[in-house]
Design a protein around this ligand. Structure first.
Ligand code: FES
Length: 107
């Protein structure tokens, strides 16, 4: 039986305000955090297109736009908006006191 990945502290809750995104590092992964109306989501921060930094993208509602060529993802599901097959991994996230922790395990 494989062990669950550890929870990793990546940021303070105040670092990612509602409507904002943030690029963080968790272990050897780059993770994009996105705050949709107070609910924070974590997904693979490397865009499936050509590796753009999704944590530096623009968030409108639950739609995150990659800053490089504009691919868009629903951060609540990880799905690329124009594709049924492309999906960014979403990671488990929890908040402890004022700290955001992620676990590199797909939701
Ligand atoms: S790298 Fe993200 S849209 Fe091209």
């Amino acid at each position: 039986m494989s062990e669950e990945p550890a929870w990793i502290a990546v940021a303070a809750v105040d670092d990612v305000a509602p409507g904002a995104t943030l690029e963080v590092v968790a272990g050897d992964a780059i993770v994009a955090l996105a705050n949709v109306d107070g609910e924070i989501y974590a997904l693979d921060g490397i865009c499936a297109h050509q590796g753009g930094p999704l944590g530096k993208g623009k968030l409108v509602g639950c739609t995150l736009t990659c800053p490089w060529h504009g691919w868009q993802y629903d951060v609540t599901t990880g799905r690329q908006m124009l594709s049924d097959t492309i999906r960014q991994s979403r990671y488990q996230l929890r908040i402890e006191r004022d700290t955001i922790l992620v676990r590199l395990s797909d939701v």
